[in-house]
Design a protein around this ligand. Structure first.
Ligand SMILES: NC(=O)c1ccc[n+]([C@@H]2O[C@H](COP(=O)([O-])OP(=O)(O)OC[C@H]3O[C@@H](n4cnc5c(N)ncnc54)[C@H](OP(=O)(O)O)[C@@H]3O)[C@@H](O)[C@H]2O)c1
Length: 322
């Protein structure tokens, strides 16, 4: 497997200032992306699902299919990170419907607007659309690149429909990048914060035996990869995952060791299934994902493997400096 150099330099102020429209900007990934966009001098426009509170905010209603017609005026890059939280349990049938529709509806509205910006106004628009490595389903030992086909299961199906909703933009000639994102590791917050919190409390351990491949990326690299993709010519699916693939047990051991905690509390699959079978699949599916497109595009990871990532995740003092 390819390895990448450790790169820790903060992003430099940008030569070309871009206008970037972000949906889902109040969330874990969006919040951090905004900070870094501002830091490198880009102009930020936020889509909000409530009354706008300032000139930076534009109202949209993804469920109702509406977006201010002027929302994409002057916009170079659209980033869609919106969708009902996967962290809210249980995933009842009604909530699963919300997980799906909140993603597909928002992606479709933005894709249609990006298509209009290209066809009606002749603008060049890059559209970065969130998706997940859940796209690949449960694939055992198979090495998965962007060329691999989709898998089965609820979240795999969500990702396929989510990505398909961007078709109007791609058909119109916008550069659509599908951010197939792994669970992002951070000192706090994010989709797998409950796992890191348990490890910090000495209550972590392997899930469902811990032998399955568990893709991951640090929040720092996720932000850097998005900034890279805004400037690159790459389009299509891109795996946002660290090159140092790990089994779930290895991930827990590395984090526990960096936090000076034991990792002995096993969580069997049947216990996860108490929160719903689809949620158990989310944590126990095996996905050995490679970031082939990013590496081929010259992206270097700050935290390419667990040896680099675990101390960064363990150090909560970093939160103030992120
Ligand atoms: N974090 C990860 O490790 C990870 C991994 C793989 C994929 N992803 C995907 O990347 C995206 C961003 O992740 P995240 O961790 O930042 O998620 P998050 O913290 O749950 O934030 C998602 C944002 O989406 C908006 N939102 C919430 N409910 C919504 C609804 N019903 N309809 C439309 N928008 C809604 C909210 O922003 P506003 O209130 O500003 O609209 C919310 O802050 C998600 O779609 C997630 O599935 C994340």
């Amino acid at each position: 497997m390819a390895t990448a150099a450790v790169h820790t330099a903060p992003e430099a102020p940008h030569a070309t200032t871009r206008t970037v429209l972000v949906a889902g900007s109040s969330g874990f990934l969006g919040h951090h992306l905004l900070r870094h966009l501002r830091r490198r001098g880009d102009r930020v426009r936020r889509l909000v699902r409530r009354e706008p509170r300032g000139p930076e905010e534009v109202r949209w209603d993804p469920a109702g299919g509406s977006l201010e017609p002027t929302a994409l005026e002057g916009v170079d890059v659209v980033v869609n990170l919106g969708g009902a939280s996967l962290g809210r349990l249980p995933w009842t049938p009604a909530y699963k419907e919300e997980i799906l529709c909140s993603r597909v509806d928002g992606a479709r509205v933005l894709a249609e607007s990006a298509a209009l910006a290209v066809t009606r106004h002749g603008r060049r628009v890059r559209f970065l659309q969130a998706s997940g490595t859940d796209f690949y389903g449960d694939r055992g030992e198979q090495v998965l690149t962007e060329a691999s086909g989709p898998g089965a299961g609820f979240l795999a199906e969500v990702c396929q429909q989510w990505e398909a909703a961007t078709t109007p933009a791609a058909d119109a000639g916008a550069d659509v990048v599908l951010l197939r994102t792994s669970p992002a590791l951070a000192p706090s917050g994010g989709a797998i914060a409950p796992l890191t919190t348990l490890i910090r409390l000495g209550l972590g351990g392997p899930i469902a035996g811990g032998r399955h491949w568990f893709p991951w990326i640090t929040l720092a690299d996720h932000v850097r990869a998005q900034l890279h993709l805004m400037d690159s010519a790459l389009a299509g699916p891109v795996n946002l995952t660290a090159p140092g693939a790990a089994r779930q047990g290895e991930l827990v051991d590395a984090l526990a060791s960096a936090m000076h905690r034991p990792a002995v509390v096993h969580a069997p699959r049947w216990a996860l299934a108490l929160a719903g079978r689809d949620f158990a699949d989310f944590l126990a599916s095996s996905r050995r994902v490679e970031p082939r497109a990013l590496l081929d595009d010259g992206f270097t990871f700050s935290h390419p493997d667990l040896a680099a990532a675990a101390p960064w995740v363990a150090d909560r003092r970093r939160e103030a400096r992120r």
